[in-house]
Design a binder for this molecule. Structure first.
Ligand SMILES: Nc1nc2c(ncn2[C@@H]2O[C@H](COP(=O)(O)OP(=O)(O)O)[C@@H](O)[C@H]2O)c(=O)[nH]1
Ligand SMILES: [Mg+2]
Length: 281
C-alpha cells in the first residue's frame, strides 16, 4: 500500500523539504483518509527528527492504535459466540462466511445463525455460503423475529457443543433506539443459554470518514469488542484503518480484501504500519 512512502522517500533523500513539499505531504496524508488529527501528529513527528523520521512516525502511529487483544480464541467447554453487526452493504454476511470458513479451516466446528430476517435474499446468501463451505446455517421465517433465529441457533450450538457460533444480523440504520433494542434483544436471548463473547462491527473501508461516523452510531448503541474492516482491496486509502482505530479505540481484528471466501485475514497492526511506509513490503 505504501501510503506514506512518498513522505519517507523525500525525508530519506536528505533534502530540506520546502513548505510546498510539506503541504503536498499533508494533502496526501489527508487523502489517504488518515483524518486531520492523526495527520497533524504524523507531520509533527516527521518534522521533529528528520534523521529518524521513520521511527518517530511509526512510534506516533503505533501510539494511535489500540492495545487490546486482536485474536479471537476458542473458549473452553462452550460455543465461542460472535455477533456480526453493522450498516447494510458493509459486508456483514460475506464476513460471517469468511470468518466461519477460517475457523473451519483451523479444524473447528462452526454454526451460523441467519438473523437478518428482513430480506429473504440475505438468508439465501448465507445459506448458499453455508452449502458451499459445508457449514450449517440456522434460518427462520421471512420477516420473523431475528432474536428467535438467534435463540434457535444458540440452542443448537450449546446442544451440539459447537466450537464457534456466529450470528449474522440485519443492518438497517433505523433509529439508534431501534438498533439498540433489536441487538440488545438478540444478545439477551442468546445469553439465556451461553455468553456472547464478541460483537464485531463491520466497516466498509471505502466509505472513509463516513465509516467512522457510522461506527460511532453503533458504538453508542452496542458494546463492540472488535472491528472487521472490509473492502481494503477497493480502497487506496489505508489511512482509514488507523483513523478508525484511533478514533474509536476498538481494535481491528480482521480485514476483508476481496469478494472471495479466502480474501480475509487477521489484522496484523505492526506489518500493516510497516507496509504503509515502505514500498518493499
Ligand atoms: N471488494 C470487496 N467486496 C466485498 C468485501 N466484503 C464484502 N464485499 C461485497 O460487498 C457487498 C455487500 O456484502 P454483504 O456481505 O452482502 O453486506 P451486508 O449487507 O453487510 O451483509 C457484496 O457484493 C460483497 O461481495 C471485501 O472485502 N472486498
Ligand atoms: Mg447481510
Amino acid at each position: 500500500m505504501a501510503l506514506f512512502s512518498k513522505l519517507f522517500n523525500k525525508l530519506r533523500g536528505g533534502a530540506n523539504l520546502s513548505s510546498a513539499d510539506w503541504k503536498e505531504l499533508e494533502t496526501s496524508l489527508l487523502e489517504s483518509d488518515l483524518g486531520a488529527a492523526l495527520t497533524a501528529k504524523v507531520l509533527e513527528a516527521a518534522r521533529k527528527e528528520s534523521g529518524s523520521a521513520e521511527e518517530s512516525v511509526l512510534t506516533t502511529l503505533r501510539g494511535a492504535l489500540s492495545t487490546s487483544e486482536r485474536t479471537i480464541s476458542k473458549r473452553d467447554g462452550r460455543p465461542t459466540t460472535i455477533l456480526v453487526v453493522g450498516v447494510n452493504g458493509t459486508g456483514k454476511t460475506t464476513s460471517t462466511a469468511k470468518l466461519a470458513n477460517s475457523f473451519k479451516s483451523d479444524g473447528s466446528e462452526v454454526l451460523i445463525a441467519a438473523a437478518d430476517t428482513f430480506r429473504a435474499a440475505a438468508t439465501e446468501q448465507i445459506q448458499t455460503w453455508g452449502e458451499r463451505l459445508g457449514i450449517d446455517v440456522v434460518v427462520g421465517k421471512p420477516n420473523g423475529d431475528p432474536a428467535s433465529v438467534a435463540f434457535d441457533g444458540a440452542t443448537r450450538a450449546v446442544l451440539e457443543k459447537t466450537d464457534f457460533f456466529i450470528v449474522d444480523t440485519a443492518g438497517r440504520l433505523h433509529t439508534k433506539q431501534g438498533l439498540m433494542d433489536e441487538l440488545g434483544k438478540i444478545r439477551r436471548v442468546i445469553e439465556k443459554l451461553t455468553p456472547v463473547d464478541e460483537v464485531l462491527l463491520v466497516i466498509d473501508a471505502t466509505t472513509g470518514q463516513n465509516g467512522i461516523s457510522q461506527a460511532n452510531t453503533f458504538l453508542e448503541a452496542v458494546s463492540v469488542t472488535g472491528l472487521i474492516l472490509t473492502k481494503m482491496d477497493g480502497s487506496a486509502k489505508g489511512g482509514v484503518a488507523l483513523a478508525i482505530e484511533s478514533g474509536t479505540g476498538v481494535p481491528i481484528k480482521y480485514i476483508g480484501t476481496g469478494e472471495s471466501i479466502g480474501d480475509f485475514e487477521p489484522f496484523d497492526a505492526e506489518s500493516f504500519l510497516k507496509g504503509l511506509i515502505s514500498e518493499n513490503l
